[in-house]
Design a protein around this ligand. Structure first.
Ligand SMILES: [Zn+2]
Length: 337
């Protein structure tokens, strides 16, 4: 989801040198984690919570930076909800039988190493299933996510023709994502050759790690080869990004994946057609919404954006759908990408 990437990007690009005190940083982080937490006390919260009981909540995490807080969220889910797996959702759809009330599916996009090191032990300790959507061309490498790389390169003097006019650091990612995909790739190349420094490596998951996750009841799903914006890609690139990742995952896992998460959360009808042909049963958006307990469009399932540091008050209002509704009201109607 762009929001998380944008947050990471803006903090990566615009962070001043570490002159702020740890206490101040912690206070800022806590304020962000609790943003909108006051809604927990809104009279609308019980109404939304009652309505949410009849919906499916699919939580979209990225990495897990705070295992303790993540563990507390899982404990909360065990008390307040019914954790379900990708298989449970697939079975419900196949049988035309709605999932249990308050069903929650946990997912991770991009799957950095913290899914294995921080999330898996917490999930395993509580017997909670999940799904991780991986960027296949990064598996087994030490390459950073392209949006982190672009932010680093721009901060270290990197230039690109498409970014010639002044781009504020927090706008860089949006600008790159708006480009036709060949221009985005060319811009990344130009940033690489012009920047003063190379970005630090990022230790990615290996094929063995993917199998360890799968053995730990974390289903591995397709998130394309290189995480482009599919809407900015031509037909052959959409095909190559999805089938390339499908073949790699099938090779590593010994069976074809059946779940897909749209990179940047953006639905693409060409991807939908191809996913059906390849036998995918579930496709996930990043539209910050709850969905029906029996998904009507299995390849367009809504998800809610959360983070391991999200405060318990805010977590509750996201799960109830109140916080997403307020966000939509504030920003106006949003079209799911
Ligand atoms: Zn992603």
């Amino acid at each position: 989801m762009p929001q998380s990437e944008a947050t990471t990007l803006s903090s990566t690009v615009s962070s001043p040198p570490p002159t702020t005190s740890t206490a101040a940083t912690t206070a800022t982080d806590q304020a962000e984690a609790d943003r909108g937490g006051w809604l927990r006390f809104s009279p609308a919260q019980p109404l939304f919570r009652a309505r949410a009981a009849q919906r499916l909540a699919v939580l979209a995490y990225h990495g897990v930076t705070d295992p303790r807080s993540f563990g507390a969220q899982l404990d909360r889910l065990r008390r307040l909800a019914t954790p379900v797996s990708v298989c449970d959702v697939e079975q419900a759809i196949a049988e035309g039988k709605p999932l249990p009330p308050r069903s929650v599916l946990i997912t991770f996009d991009d799957a950095d190493r913290s899914v294995l090191t921080h999330a898996l032990p917490e999930l395993t300790a509580r017997g909670i299933p999940a799904a991780a959507f991986v960027i296949s061309e990064l598996i087994g490498t030490d390459r950073p996510f392209w949006w982190h790389e672009a932010a680093f390169l721009a901060r270290h003097g990197g230039q690109a023709r498409s970014l010639r006019s002044h781009v504020r650091p927090e706008q860089l990612l949006a600008r790159l994502k708006a480009l036709p995909d060949p221009d985005r790739r060319r811009s990344l190349h130009e940033l690489r050759v012009s920047a003063r420094r190379r970005p630090p490596g990022q230790d990615q998951l290996s094929p063995e790690d993917l199998r360890a996750l799968q053995d730990g009841n974390v289903a591995i799903g397709n998130h394309t080869l290189g995480h482009p914006c599919l809407a900015r890609c031509d037909d052959s690139t959409v095909h190559a990004e999805i089938t390339g990742a499908h073949q790699a995952l099938t090779r590593w896992l010994g069976e074809p994946p059946t779940a897909f998460a749209y990179p940047n959360g953006g639905y693409d009808p060409r991807a939908d057609t191809l996913l059906r042909q390849l036998g995918y049963r579930l496709g996930f958006l990043s539209d910050h919404r709850l969905g029906p307990r029996l998904p009507v469009h299995p390849l367009r399932i809504s998800r809610l954006q959360v983070d391991s540091t999200t405060s318990s008050r805010r977590f509750d209002t996201i799960l109830s759908g109140l916080e997403p509704a307020v966000q939509r009201w504030r920003k106006g109607p949003t079209v799911a990408e």
